[in-house]
Design a binder for this molecule. Structure first.
Ligand code: MG
Length: 340
């Protein structure tokens, strides 16, 4: 095998719940090693991928990973023509190729792309669904993070926000994770406006672009697509339906495609958020290198876990501080300190 992989159980600090999914206590990620490059992926069942599908895809892609590993574009094109989909697996490979290339050239990824590391934004910190009092407690525990992202999509969304506003005046992003109907979304957003909400993420069903358009036309808050957008080719159909898109490496297939989405979305006048799954500092730091190009960063997956195997991107008052090391720039933590 050219590519080696390992499955890691990331243990969650708090059980994590969103609108469509029950509570998780741990999430599995797959880390890969290709030559000197490291990559990671966190497959999501919602997008039809699991640890097993990623393992199978890595086996199928392996024979294409023994040539000129500098030619990331050509390799990713080959993988795409070999097997469609499987973007979580492709993302791990793409990430390892970028990490390797940065190490070969001796430069951090942001430098490889000509980006200014001082231009990174602050990341939001996610408050998962729970009893309102427990969500209040999570907000108190998140005192070091200047922006909150609150998961909604319940029968008592307004009550949640009202309760949280008793304990915080920070900017809040709301993510409904597809849970609302278009009319329900318009009504709920109208109720939420007085509570100082910055934006609404994926209010309605991912395939219902007309529904998104209806919500956007009847709401005064920016609407950001997440589940409705995976690849750059999804962007043109979303124009007029949303104000921005949320990019995730495991949805789109890696850094190369993420960069493509950023440029296509900008060409269509859309805002950019870069988000994540529950991932270690490896996957989060890779995505963080793109953040000088985005409007909103939601890169908190590594902050939600108790046994992060790597250190990489840091936060200073919420602002993402990129490591000045070649490639992605993560360092393995001492395993003896990892017992959660
Ligand atoms: Mg989302």
């Amino acid at each position: 095998m050219n590519i080696r992989h390992q499955i890691t159980d990331l243990q969650l600090v708090h059980p994590f719940k969103i609108a469509r999914r029950a509570v998780d206590r741990f999430r599995q990620v797959i880390s890969v090693e290709l030559d000197s490059g490291l990559g990671e992926t966190a497959p999501a069942k919602f997008y039809g991928e699991t640890v097993e599908t990623v393992q199978r895809a890595l086996e199928i892609f392996d024979p294409f990973l023994n040539g000129n590993l500098d030619a990331i574009q050509a390799i990713m094109d080959t993988l795409e023509s070999t097997m469609r989909g499987n973007y979580a697996a492709k993302s791990a490979i793409d990430m390892a190729l970028h990490d390797r290339l940065g190490k070969v050239l001796g430069v951090p990824l942001y430098r490889l792309w000509g980006l200014d590391p001082d231009e990174t934004p602050c990341t939001s910190f996610t408050i998962g669904l729970d009893e309102p009092e427990m969500m209040q407690q999570k907000v108190r525990e998140a005192s070091e993070y200047p922006i909150l992202k609150v998961k909604l999509g319940t029968s008592h969304d307004l009550e949640i926000i009202r309760t949280l506003r008793e304990v915080t005046d920070k900017p809040i992003y709301v993510d409904a994770n597809t849970a609302w109907t278009p009319k329900e979304a318009v009504r709920k957003i109208r109720e939420l406006v007085p509570y100082g909400i910055e934006l609404i993420e994926q209010p309605t069903h991912p395939d219902d672009l007309e529904g998104l358009k209806f919500v956007r036309e009847h709401s005064e808050l920016p609407i950001i697509a997440d589940e409705s957008v995976k690849r750059a080719t999804d962007i043109p159909a979303l124009v007029g339906c949303v104000d921005g898109v949320n990019i995730k490496l495991v949805k789109c297939g890696g850094l190369l495609e993420a960069m493509r989405i950023i440029h296509v979305a900008r060409a269509h006048g859309l805002q950019i958020m870069i988000g994540c799954m529950i991932e270690s500092s490896l996957g989060i730091t890779a995505a963080a290198h793109l953040t000088p190009l985005v409007d909103y960063a939601d890169l908190d997956g590594h902050l939600l876990i108790a046994n992060d195997p790597y250190s990489g991107v840091r936060l200073e008052a919420g602002k993402l501080i990129l490591p000045n090391l070649p490639g992605i720039g993560v360092i393995p933590r001492d395993p003896s300190n990892l017992e959660a």
